[in-house]
Every structure is written in C-alpha cells, then in structure tokens.
Design a binder for this molecule. Structure first.
Ligand code: NAI
Ligand code: 15L
Length: 269
C-alpha cells in the first residue's frame, strides 16, 4: 500500500481526537475531521453522526485511510451503544468499502478483554489472542468492531489495525494506569505505524507505552514498526503514595478492565 497521506479522523472533537489532531500532522498527514459535535477551531470539520450513511460516504471519499475514534467511549445503555458503536462502526466500514478506502485504524479498547485477570508478578503478559471477555456493553461493542474488521478483511480485503487502547491521556492518574497507560506521543507513534505498515490484513494490537508494569504483550504492535518511547514509571511513586498499591482482592485492580468490571463510568449524554 502506498504511504497514506490524507486521513479521515473520526471522533475529532473528543479527548484522543484532540490530541491526535495536534500530533498526527507532524508525521506528514493531512487530516479530514469528523464528529457529531462541533470541533472547536476547525471550521472545515464535518459535523455528522455515524448514523448518517450518506455523510459517511462523502467523508471517506478520496482518503487514503481512516482513523476511527468516534463512538461512545464509556459504558452506556445498550440502545445507545448499539446505535453509535455497533451500527455506527458498521456504517463507517460500509462507506469505506463502497468508496475503496484500503485501511482503517480502529480504536478498540482494553475493555474488549476487560474481565481477563491481570497478570501477577512472574505471569506471562496477556497476548492479543486471549479470549475476548468484555466487561461492559461498551467493551462488547469493541469486540464487535474487531470481528467486523476481520469480516471486512476476509471478505472485502479492507485492512484494519484494531488497537486495544489502554488509557491514552496526558498523564497516568491511577495505579492501574501505571500498567495500561499510553502517552499521547506513543499513541501517535502507534497510529502512524498502523497507517504505514505493509500488509496488515486484520492485526490486533494493544496500545500502551513501554511501561515497566505492563500487563499485555506489545509484540504485534512492535511487528508494525511501533517503538514506544515512554514509560509510566516516573509517576509510580507519587500515585502509589496517594492511592496505595494494587489490591489483588479488589476486582477493579485484579482485572484488565479496572473498575469497568464492577462500577463503570457512564457516558453522560
Ligand atoms: P471521547 O468520548 O472523548 O471522544 C469520542 C468522540 O466521538 C466524541 O467527540 C463524540 O462526540 C464522538 N461521537 C460519539 N458518538 C458519535 C456518533 N454517533 N457520531 C459521530 N461522532 C460521535 O473519547 P476518547 O477518549 O477521545 O476516545 C476515542 C476513541 O478511542 C473511542 O472510540 C474510545 O472508545 C477509544 N478508546 C479510548 C481510550 C482512551 O484512553 N482515551 C481507551 C480505549 C479506547
Ligand atoms: C476506555 O476504553 C475509555 O474510553 C477511556 O476513557 C478509559 O476509561 C480507558 O478505557 C481505560 O481503561 O482507562
């Protein structure tokens, strides 16, 4: 695949979208932006819902790839998840197929495997082919998205890298995040690798930095050319002093998905 240049970034008004709007152009990409909300300071951004199939076809027309971040990013009633994350991601894939877009980078989530027990000291890291164990309807929708991506590769030759993102925020803010944090700069490195690697078919990767306390295996991410540069460890002393260490008896500490397994944050809209 020739190096992609023009990228549709869905979910451009969100937290990760805002970070990637500033970081991805440094890799030479021209971004086309889409969100259901207004993207502040971006008058050319497309304001459209993932339910709007015509708008999606127009939005993907002529782009080299899509970075698909749009959707509900927390737990929500099933009907809302169904509409934005399940039907919405289907609509996006159909538009990409119809317009001949060759590759999608799909923002999956650790919550597709959130009920997987976190490894303890000495245990092997969690591989990407661990059985899916969604911790929420939200995680279930990411599991669906990964299967949809596999179908569109097998049936239509549309490539996807599904990135099971850990926690991509400017800094880790919890002891769990010491294991699952992905710095924004590493996020951009990983998306760039996913956009430019040769022949990815459908590849599932975990998205995190090279954390000392890492829970999952970054082999497939590294196979794309991803070389994480950051580590959450400099934040460890302060976070552990404030919050205490991980408690193996607390389900919110002992599963990959953290508190999504018992007390998930709820999408506010
Ligand atoms: P966010 O909630 O800040 O942004 C999501 C954006 O999608 C919002 O701007 C929202 O308006 C838009 N959106 C929602 N429904 C839509 C619809 N029906 N049509 C069009 N736009 C719609 O979430 P964040 O943190 O930026 O995450 C981006 C993506 O990455 C999400 O898919 C999320 O599930 C995924 N992810 C993020 C992680 C993180 O650490 N930030 C971790 C794991 C996954
Ligand atoms: C996610 O999938 C969410 O979108 C994000 O807001 C964080 O909660 C992250 O997972 C996490 O697990 O920390």
């Amino acid at each position: 695949m020739p190096a992609p240049r023009t990228i549709l970034l869905t979910g451009a008004a969100g937290g990760l979208g805002t970070l990637m709007r500033s970081l991805l152009p440094e890799y030479g990409y021209t971004l086309r932006l889409l969100d259901v909300r207004t993207v502040e300071g971006e008058p050319d951004a497309i304001t459209a819902d993932l339910a709007d199939r015509e708008a999606l076809r127009e939005a993907v027309r002529g782009v080299d790839a899509v970075v698909h971040l749009a959707g509900i990013s927390l737990e929500a009633p099933f009907e809302k998840i169904l509409r934005s994350n399940i039907e919405g991601t289907y609509n996006l894939y159909e538009a990409a197929r119809q317009e001949g877009v060759p590759r999608i980078v799909f923002a999956s989530s650790n919550h597709a495997v959130g009920f997987t027990p976190a490894p303890r000291a000495g245990d092997p890291l969690i591989p990407v082919d661990t059985p899916r164990r969604p911790d929420t309807f939200y995680g279930l929708s990411k599991s669906f998205g990964e299967d949809l991506a596999q179908l569109y590769w097998d049936k239509h030759g549309l490539e996807t890298v599904s990135v099971r993102i850990g926690s991509c925020f400017p800094e880790p803010t919890s002891v769990r995040m010491l294991s699952v944090w992905m710095s924004p700069a590493d996020g951009a490195r990983l998306f760039h690798a996913a956009l430019t690697a040769e022949e990815v078919g459908h590849t599932v990767v975990y998205g995190s930095s090279a954390n000392t306390r890492l829970w999952w295996d970054l082999t497939t991410a590294r196979s794309l050319g991803y070389e994480p540069q950051d580590d959450s460890e400099p934040y460890a002393e302060k976070l552990i002093a404030e919050q205490g260490g991980l408690d193996p008896e607390n389900p919110a500490h002992s599963h990959l998905g953290g508190h999504f397994v018992n007390d998930p944050p709820i999408w506010p809209y």
